[in-house]
Design a protein around this ligand. Structure first.
Ligand code: NI
Length: 406
């Protein structure tokens, strides 16, 4: 009796969704072709962080076409969609970022950027398409899903702010595990890498404003030269990595911008320094700015100048949990990926904000050997797209099964 009722219910459901199912079938029958076409379209029309209006519109259209539910959220750009199985179960999320960079593309691709000065040079068009492909595949198999998969099409990764905007909505409420990917231009198509712990670094920015006393260049004794103070501060900052943290800890302190004075015969009043600190653990991330404040203040005091350090915290380091990094690797092996050990990197990734709240794993997928990320000649091999989508669909199912068994 119950089986009969369920069958009737399913038939009705199928009747209701008949049009959508037809459309979805058309997509999944030629999935690779469809995904390549979609990525080329994104690549031709790159949009910068927080300006992803058309990218969002396109995604909305593509998801609607396939009957995939879109959540109503107060996001200016980007969107979140979901597929829910017939069996009630846990909620998990997979995330692709959607923004491009202010770079003039220098490839010869026939789908090269059509917007001068903007380019998908970090492969986010690839990430978006892989997650979309996973959404199609999971929609097709939704009756067998033991829970809900949310698809986070995240805006503004490059500014490090988009993840926080998504987290400020209810998009991730109840989400038990989260996964994300980055294209890897140093790995062949078919290669895969991830690890337990950090995969990217905490990326913080600092500014130092030094105030001295300006004077005629002929009588430095009448002033306080901020350039000398700046030079000493820069040199002393180098001792943080070499003398104040363990040689086994990955810490980077770089002054990347120095500005003072505007002519040859005047000692200026102020000097300005700017730079970045990269760390992979919370302890160092807390320690380095403390030590910097000591150095900045102490050095300025010793010359009779004043100096102020301003600190701008960026995303923390990504942090893959042992459980989910292991599952991510297992599924990759099963899907035929060759597992590669990843070199350490101190780039940033705002996926880390999700991992502060939700356990999960961030993975690297080989997109064919190419110029580095953010390079005007960076390229992604189309052959990496479909396997990526299949991987994320399979990973989602596996994670839901594991969580449902608890
Ligand atoms: Ni990126």
């Amino acid at each position: 009796m119950r089986t009969h009722k369920l069958k009737v219910f399913l038939n009705n459901l199928e009747g209701l969704n008949f049009m959508e199912n037809e459309a979805l079938l058309k997509i999944t029958n030629n999935l690779e072709e469809k995904l390549i076409e979609v990525r080329h379209d994104f690549h031709r029309h790159p949009e910068l962080s927080n300006e992803e209006i058309n990218t969002t519109k396109t995604l909305r259209k593509l998801l609607n076409e396939a009957g995939i539910r879109i959540l109503e959220l107060p996001l200016k750009t980007g969107l979140v969609a979901e597929v829910t199985g017939l069996k009630k179960g846990p909620i998990i999320a997979i995330r692709g970022d959607i923004d491009a960079l202010p770079i003039i593309e220098e490839t010869n691709l026939d789908y090269k950027s059509e917007v001068f000065g903007k380019m998908h040079a970090c492969g986010h068009d690839f990430h978006t398409t892989v997650i979309l492909g996973a959404a199609y595949l999971l929609k097709q198999q939704e009756s067998n899903l033991s829970g809900t998969v949310r698809f986070i099409f995240q805006p503004a990764e490059e500014t490090g702010k988009g993840a926080e905007d998504v987290l400020a909505t209810v998009a991730l409420s109840g989400v038990k595990a989260i996964f994300g990917l980055h294209s890897a231009p140093d790995l062949e198509v078919g290669s895969f890498g991830t690890n337990v712990g950090p995969l990217t670094a905490a990326v913080d920015r600092f500014e130092i404003e030094i105030k001295g006393v300006g004077t005629h260049a002929s009588s430095p004794e009448k002033g306080i030269d901020p350039i000398i103070v700046a030079a000493n501060i820069i040199t002393a900052l180098q001792t943080i990595v070499s003398r104040s943290v363990s040689a086994f800890d990955q810490v980077l302190v770089s002054v990347t911008h120095l500005n003072s004075g505007n002519t040859w015969n005047v000692i200026p009043t102020t000097a300005y320094l700017e730079g970045t600190v990269r760390t992979v653990n919370a302890k160092s991330r807390e320690f380095v700015p403390q030590r910097m404040r000591q150095i900045v203040k102490g050095m300025a005091d010793s010359f009779g100048a004043t100096a102020e350090l301003k600190w701008y915290a960026g995303p923390p380091a990504t942090n893959n949990t042992a459980q989910w990094a292991t599952v991510a690797l297992e599924v990759a092996k099963e899907q035929g990926y060759v597992i590669k050990k990843l070199p350490s990197t101190l780039i940033g990734e705002d996926f880390a904000y999700y991992q502060e709240k939700i356990p999960g794993a961030f993975v690297n997928i080989g997109t064919g050997v190419s110029y580095s990320l953010h390079h005007p000649k960076f390229q992604v091999d189309d052959a990496a797209i479909l396997p990526g989508s299949k991987y994320f669909a399979q990973l989602s199912k596996r994670v839901l099964d594991i969580l449902s068994q608890k």
